[in-house]
Design a protein around this ligand. Structure first.
Ligand code: NI
Length: 138
């Protein structure tokens, strides 16, 4: 039996959306409030969905405790209460958009999830209650 299973984690982080080659006015026009030069934060909700077979011995697709540990070690501990632009190794040189964060998180988690004999299915991130992105690794 194939199944999807999801672990939710949260992190708070600061960022700024901007391009060096834009003026502050252009950054404001393109990126809105997220271009504030003095940073700002979001409470992000992260949903990591994994696909796999239900193991007949355990009844699990994956041990969620192990999945949570991996997510915290590879992703959440690096992001939580940090400045995404300045402090997060896997976001260096990238625009700190929710889209790019989702792609980077996928790249961080793909290998360790494979090592649990499961397959990463999607990364979903809510930046606000109303805005979220989903990435399926393509
Ligand atoms: Ni923002």
């Amino acid at each position: 039996m194939k199944m999807h299973i999801t672990r939710k984690e949260r992190f708070n982080a600061a960022h700024r959306l901007y391009r060096e080659d834009y003026s502050d006015e252009k950054n404001l026009e393109v990126f809105g409030k997220c271009s504030n030069p003095n940073w700002h934060g979001h409470n992000y909700d992260l949903y990591v969905t994994v696909a796999g077979e239900v193991n007949p011995e355990t009844g699990f697709v994956i041990n969620l405790k192990q999945l949570s540990k991996i997510i915290r070690e590879y992703v959440v501990n690096k992001l939580d209460h940090k400045n995404i632009n300045l402090e997060v190794d896997f976001m260096q040189g990238k625009l700190a958009s929710t889209e790019n964060i989702a792609i980077a998180i996928w790249n961080e988690l793909e290998k360790p999830v494979n090592e649990l004999d499961a397959k990463l299915h999607s990364i979903k991130i809510y930046e606000t209650e109303n805005n979220f992105v989903e990435y399926f690794g393509e």
